[in-house]
Structures are given as C-alpha cells and as structure tokens.
Ligand binder design. Structure first.
Ligand code: BTN
Length: 271
C-alpha cells in the first residue's frame, strides 16, 4: 500500500482520478440511501458515462432479488458507475460478466486472494461472499439509455450481522491484514475501464468469458435453481456466449439460465 492510497477521502480520491477516465465526474457522499438510486437519478438527467457515485455509508443499500445490502461506514466500498453502452439491451447480461471479472481481477491483483465468481456475479473467497454486483438498466427496445453498475465490496469488515455471518466474508478476514479501500477502488475502476473499452467497440466478449470460466466457482458443481417458483437441482455445465448458465437437470434436460439465482452446494448449509 502506498502512502497515497492508504487513506480514504474525497480529496485523496480526486488526486488519483484522471479526467476522461472512469471515476469522474465524482459524487462522493458521507451517507446516502443507495448509490444506485442516486446514480439512476443523475443518469436520467444526463450525467456522462464514467460518472462515479460513492458513499462511505448506505442507509438503504440494495442487493439483487430485492434484498438489502448492509453498508456500514468506514469498512467497505459502496459505489455505482454510470455506463452508456451502444449495444442492444439483450447483450446486457454480458456486462454483468464483465463487471464480475473486473471486480474479481482487481481483488486478486491487490490482495493476491483467489477471488472466484459465483454465477452470475457474486465474488466468492474461501466459499463465502466478499462482494456483490447489482446492474440496473434503462433501455428502449433497441438501445440502452444508461446502465448502472452497482458494486459492494466488504473490504475491512471484521464481523457481520447474524443473518449473513455464515455466508459473508471480507478481504480483511480472508487475507489477515488491513486492505486499502482506495487501492481496491482504483484497481476496480481501471479494470472496468480496460475491459469495457476493449470489448465495447467490437462487441467481442470472448476473452472476458474465458477469464470468467476460469474463475467460476459454479461450473462443475451441483446447484439448486428455480424454475417458475419451483426449486430443482442441476449440474452447472458451462457459461454460454450470452453470459448465461448452461445446466443439466436430474432428468438430463439441458437448458440455459439467463438471469435469476442459483445456489452452489457450498451455500446449501443455510437451508
Ligand atoms: C448483490 O450481491 O445482491 C448485489 C449487491 C450490490 C450492492 C451495491 S453497494 C453499491 C450499490 N448501491 C446499492 O444500493 N447496491 C449496490
């Protein structure tokens, strides 16, 4: 950790961001309800691609599937980035894969931890969730107006509320040392920008998907998925070119899940 990245403050962050790169304009809050909600509001008013909304604390942080995301001050990274991709809305799931690879890659680079990806975009270390991604989209039929990439990373969290203690972890718990939030943040922004600019113009997500597969903690595992409200068990076979999950159910039927939620066996202890 360098002197420059050790402390986390708006002033420090501004010295590390470069005009024209992801992270500026910057909206930095001490506290906010949800960075995704704020990012949606300002994106609708026309804030440009690359705008970052970040807060020390969220009072109503949101996770996927209508869950809440616990976001206390001082320990984690709670941020939302505005993107304005030119591709068609049906390609949006691939942005989910891209964001997961960027976050896992940044964590790996800064901490040396083997961060894995649970489909579609949970970041898993030592079988527990260290970070989550919530992508929200405003789109017409043929184009995306804006897309919000919401990222929550448990960086220096030491303990979690009872209801998630069994399933959650932090970079600090996994590495045994304090991790610079600034260093993780800058690395996430750079990685997102690098992958996004490498793919967005030619629409070729192959190398991202290859990386995604190699870090997947889902492929090859028996999982529990939900179809029309009914749970069933299946084997996770592969990640498809659309960023979906290819599964084979116990009757041998193969299908592609495009979104939704699965549970790897590693999480089944909560049931
Ligand atoms: C999940 O795994 O369910 C997704 C969690 C996403 C949490 C982040 S924290 C910053 C941004 N603002 C929110 O309200 N949610 C996302």
């Amino acid at each position: 950790m360098t002197e420059l990245t050790a402390l986390f403050s708006e002033d420090k962050l501004r010295t590390l961001l470069q005009p024209g790169s992801f992270g500026l304009p910057l909206h930095f809050f001490k506290t906010i309800d949800s960075t995704n909600d704020y990012a949606k509001k300002i994106a609708a008013r026309g804030e440009p691609e690359g705008t970052l909304v970040i807060s020390e604390e969220q009072t109503a942080g949101r996770g996927r599937m209508g869950r809440s995301w616990i976001s206390p001050p001082g320990t984690g990274l709670w941020l939302s980035l505005i993107l304005r991709p030119t591709f068609i809305p049906s390609q949006a799931p691939l942005l989910t894969s891209l964001a997961a690879v960027a976050v896992a890659g940044a964590i790996r680079r800064v901490t040396g931890l083997s961060a894995g990806i649970k489909w579609p975009n949970d970041i898993i270390i030592n079988d527990r969730k260290a970070a989550g991604i919530l992508i929200e989209l405003s789109a017409g039929e043929r184009f995306v107006k804006y897309l919000i990439v919401g990222i929550g990373i448990n960086v220096n969290t030491e303990d979690f509320p009872e209801e998630i203690r069994e399933r959650a972890t932090s970079l600090h718990i996994c590495s045994g040392r304090k991790i610079s939030r600034m260093e993780i943040l800058i690395s996430v922004l750079r990685e997102l920008e690098r992958l996004y600019s490498a793919t967005i113009h030619n629409g070729d997500f192959n190398s991202i998907l290859e990386r995604y597969r190699s870090w997947s903690v889902t492929i090859g595992r028996q999982i529990t998925a939900t179809r029309s409200g009914q749970e069933f068990s299946a084997l996770a076979l592969d990640i498809t070119p659309k960023g979906g999950l290819l599964i084979k159910d116990d009757a041998g039927m193969i299908e592609e899940l495009i979104s939704g939620e699965i549970q790897n066996l590693i999480f089944s202890s909560k049931k």
